[in-house]
Ligand binder design. Structure first.
Ligand code: GDP
Ligand code: CA
Length: 321
């Protein structure tokens, strides 16, 4: 079975770990979000690709969900001693090595897809990890700024999320550069060859939404003629973690499992899993033409997460039949 998964960071990575154990023989291609990528200290940092790579490769800081296990912060301390920031983005020493290797390879002319493959040669994530695009796409968030022209200013997604903790209203989310970007080599081919496409419980706007903003990817999924099944990242009308409610509000979508399904739409999505606490929402989703089931959707441990993946594959089979 060939499975394509569109993944952000933590939600995507944890789900993928469950999927690997639920379908050990499957050939899994992950299309990773690169809209969160940021240049810091002259280095190219790809938080979502790295979260997937470290999580599946056994190097993740488990409790935190991002960054390396057994991390130290000597470089960060030295940079701060020089007064060189930003101090709000936590890069540890082990993590720095990844960004140095990546930046060095990009400087030598390798595209991000080739760099990601090289990094994965060490981590052996057990999936084929592809960036959504080799081109630069950067998610920006429009926030209030009384000093700025028009009273608003666009900031990098990481500044909105990590520095500002999503504490100010988001008025718009813009994947800058997406319109001119092309899917990375292998992306459209993997979708065309897939037996099923899964949207894990990743952020529907700044993770899955950004991937779908790369011209050609949404169309390829809709045209693939295979089941497309998603798992709601919204449980009990709130994100399980993160700021999905804030960025959903910015695009006028309610923070409910049903509203997120409707946002993807029946033209794209064939099946949708909601948590059991949202069982009341299944009728509304089905009325919108999307097959819907209510099952436990909390990735509390590997067993529960694998069961979620099994439910997604079962729903895909129902759709196919
Ligand atoms: P990020 O890039 O690190 O923000 O990660 P993703 O976009 O992949 O995932 C973030 C989304 O995952 C958030 O909207 C969370 O609500 C959702 N999420 C995290 N843990 C869980 C969980 O255990 N169950 C469900 N259903 N969603 C989760
Ligand atoms: Ca992310």
């Amino acid at each position: 079975m060939r499975i394509v998964v569109l993944a952000g960071g933590i939600g995507g990575a944890r789900f993928l770990r469950g999927l690997k154990s639920a379908a050990p023989d499957a050939d899994i291609t992950v299309i990773g979000n690169t809209g969160d990528d940021i240049h810091l200290f002259g280095l190219k940092v790809c938080p979502d690709l790295d979260t997937v790579m470290y999580t599946l490769g056994g190097g993740i800081h488990e409790e935190q969900g991002w960054g390396r296990a057994d991390e130290t912060f000597a470089v960060k301390g030295e940079l701060a001693a020089y007064g060189v920031g930003p101090e709000w983005f936590g890069l540890g020493d082990r993590d720095f090595a990844t960004h140095i290797v990546r930046t060095q390879m990009i400087g030598a002319g390798y595209p991000l897809s080739a760099v990601t493959e090289a990094l994965c040669a060490r981590w052996q994530p057990g999936v084929r990890l592809l960036p959504m695009s080799d081109d630069r796409v950067e998610t920006h968030v429009l926030i209030d700024d009384p000093e700025a022209d028009g009273g608003r200013r666009a900031v990098h997604f990481q500044e909105y999320w990590v520095r500002l903790r999503a504490s100010v209203p988001a008025h718009a989310v813009v994947p800058v550069g997406a319109e001119q970007s092309k899917p990375a080599p292998g992306v459209l081919e993997a979708i065309a060859a897939a037996d099923v496409v899964l949207f894990p419980p990743s952020n529907p706007i700044v993770s899955v939404g950004t991937i779908l903003a790369v011209p050609g990817i949404r169309e390829a999924i809709a045209d693939a003629g295979v089941p497309v099944v998603g798992l709601s990242p919204i449980v009990g009308d709130a994100p399980v973690r993160g700021m999905a409610d804030k960025v959903l509000a910015a695009v006028g979508v309610e923070s409910t499992a049903a509203a997120v399904a409707a946002h993807y739409g029946s033209g794209l999505l064939d099946g949708w899993l909601v948590d059991t606490v949202d069982a009341h929402a299944t009728a509304e989703v089905e009325a919108a033409g999307i097959r819907c089931r209510a099952v436990p959707l909390m990735m509390t441990d590997p067993v529960a997460t694998a069961q979620m993946a099994r439910e997604a594959l079962t729903l895909a089979e129902e759709v196919r039949a």
